[in-house]
Each structure stands twice: as C-alpha cells, then as structure tokens.
Design a protein around this ligand. Structure first.
Ligand SMILES: Cc1cc2nc3c(=O)[nH]c(=O)nc-3n(C[C@H](O)[C@H](O)[C@H](O)COP(=O)(O)O)c2cc1C
Length: 316
C-alpha cells in the first residue's frame, strides 16, 4: 500500500520531470511524419462554414480535442487543474483529471472537486483511475461515490503496465482486470473510457475492451511522453535504458483500433505526442474521432500561462 505522502511526492516528481523534454521518447516516433495530405486545389469550401463542434456523449463540445488526464490531489495540483478548467471552459472542451486514487477513501478533496466544477462551467469532466485500483475488492462502491463527489461525466481507466513495472513501489498485480472493467461498465452509470499512458493500445487489446461495452478507447500511443522513461529517470537511470522507447506508435494504434469499426460502436481518441494542429488533422484523417494532449499543454501552461494554451483566436 502506498502512503498519501508517497503519492504526493511521486505526483510532484512527475510534474517536475514533465516540465521538460527530458521525458520524450528517444527513437520511437508517433509516425505522423510518414503521412501527408494530398492537396486539393479545386476547393469549394467556405472556411467560415466549417463546424468543428462534436457531440461528446450528449454534450456539444467546441473541438474534437480534450485535455488529457494529468493531476490532482494537492493544493498545488488543484491550482493547475483550475487553470486547465478555465482553459477548457473557454475552448468548450472536456478536461481529464489525473488519477483520483487519492480521493477513493477520503473526503478531504471534495472541495477541490467543487472548485474545479465551478471553474469549468458545464464542460465535461473526465475522471481517472488506474488498472491496479480497478482490480481491488469493493471498488464499485468507492467509484460510485467518487463519481458523485467529483462531478465527472465519464470515468477513464488507465492501463499502464510498463510504467508500473519501472516505478519504485509500482503496483504490478493486474489479475482480473478485464472482468473488473466489464463490471465497471455494468455497474456505473457514466460512460467508461480506457486509455494507455504512452505505450499504446492496438486492435487486440481494444477488441477485448470493446467486447465489455466500454464507450471510448484512447490509444495514448508512443512518440510523445515516455512513462517508462519518467520512472527510469526517477530510479536514477537514463534514456539509454532498453525500455525507454517501449510502445507502439500513435499512428499505428489509431489505424489498428479504427479497423474495429465494423464490429463495435465506440469513440476512438488519438493521443500520445499530439503536439500540433497538423497532428490533430492527421489523427482525424487516420480514423480518430477525437484527439487529446497532456505534456504539451502542461509545458505551455508553465511557459505562457492560460493565454498560451488558448491561442488568440480561441483555437488550439
Ligand atoms: C504530468 C503528467 C501527469 C500524468 N498523470 C496521469 C494520470 O494521473 N492518469 C493518466 O491516465 N494519465 C496520466 N498522464 C498521461 C497522459 O494522460 C498521457 O496519456 C501521456 O502523457 C501521453 O500523452 P502526451 O504525449 O500528450 O503527454 C500524465 C501525463 C503528464 C504529462
């Protein structure tokens, strides 16, 4: 069992490491560089009539994009979430909260969630919990309570075996995970999403997950932030480690998961190294419904504050 102090220390170290590019993949890329658009000169489009809004589980959002799950659980991190909440409100996009494990057994954080809800207006908030917590006994009751106190519209389960493997004190017992996810889908009355954290989800994993009825797969592929890398650095290693580049490129994951469309009805999010509007456009062209970014947003927030994340004309 990890103590609260250890969780807080770990979260802070993650934030500090992610403030730089030191945690980027070394050799594995997203693969976006292998794709380019065919130019079409005979355009008859009126660009002002292009509508980027998207129906996100019954709520209309401004762009096919959201801020991926990052942080929470301390006064400092609630401030980051409040800034992100204001950005999300302005852009009318969903906000993912970082792992809410810290609030599973405690009421201490209820006021944080109230503040984030207030700052974000009525944009969708996405909750987050780890695979290692989902397999624990009694989790359904705890998550039902968490959904209420944190005002979330959907819950994401993050799958992060590579990260846990390299994390000091990481939790590496995932026995019963698929059944546990199927139970969440059966028992909780919010959409259930499943994401990786940068090593990717392909069609084999997505097929198993979609069979349980989950509503959205966020591939979170390789080429952006290396989470085995983050933990390797925390352990005193460097980017020459064999597992630094572990994972499947984001573009590969999008294409493979997109191939399941004929069998299941689901939303597909492209994330993992989405760092520009062009990455977003290529993701959508490759088959994604939505896109999301994490570290790029955090870095921009550190560098240029909220206005840096929301560009002048209100577009990313
Ligand atoms: C500082 C930071 C903290 C993160 N914490 C979480 C978390 O608590 N839960 C989660 O599912 N993913 C977490 N992630 C992973 C991201 O949601 C994302 O899947 C991953 O970083 C790949 O996206 P990127 O290349 O845009 O950073 C975190 C990412 C960052 C940068």
């Amino acid at each position: 069992m990890t103590s609260d102090d250890e969780l807080i220390k770990r979260k802070q170290e993650h934030l500090d490491l992610c403030a730089s590019d030191a945690v980027a993949f070394r050799e594995t890329t997203t693969g976006f560089e292998h794709y380019s658009f065919l130019h079409y000169a005979l355009s008859e489009v009126n660009i002002d009539e292009i509508d980027l809004s998207f129906n996100f589980f019954g709520k209309v959002i401004g762009l096919p994009f959201y801020i991926s799950c990052m942080t929470g659980g301390t006064d400092e991190t609630v401030n980051i979430n409040l800034k992100l909440a204001r950005v999300a409100k302005e852009l009318k996009i969903p906000l993912g909260l970082g792992s809410q494990r810290y609030a599973l057994d405690s009421d201490r954080f209820n006021s944080h969630f109230d503040l984030i809800r207030e700052a974000s207006g009525d944009i969708p908030l996405i909750g987050n919990i780890g695979a290692a917590q989902v397999v624990e006994a009694g989790i359904i009751k705890k998550l039902s309570r968490l959904i209420k106190i944190s005002h979330i519209h959907a819950l994401t389960v993050h799958l992060n075996p590579a990260q846990e493997l390299f994390q000091k004190g990481g939790e590496t017992n995932f026995k019963g995970l698929l059944t546990a996810i199927a139970n969440l889908k059966k028992e909780l009355n919010v959409p259930i999403f499943v994401k990786e954290v940068g090593s990717g989800i392909d069609e084999k994993v997505a097929d198993e997950l979609l069979w349980t009825g989950v509503d959205m797969i966020d591939v979170a592929g390789a080429g952006g932030t290396s989470w085995s890398g983050v933990e390797i650095l925390r352990n005193g290693g460097d980017n020459q480690h064999d597992f630094w580049d572990w994972g499947m490129p984001t573009t590969y994951c999008i294409r493979r998961v997109n191939s399941l469309r004929a069998s299941y009805n689901f939303l597909l999010t492209a994330s993992g190294g989405i760092n520009s509007g062009m990455d977003i456009a290529k993701s959508l062209a490759l088959g994604a419904d939505l896109t999301a970014s994490a570290r790029k947003i955090l870095r921009e927030l550190h560098k240029n504050g909220e206005p840096g994340v929301v560009l002048r004309d209100g577009r990313l």
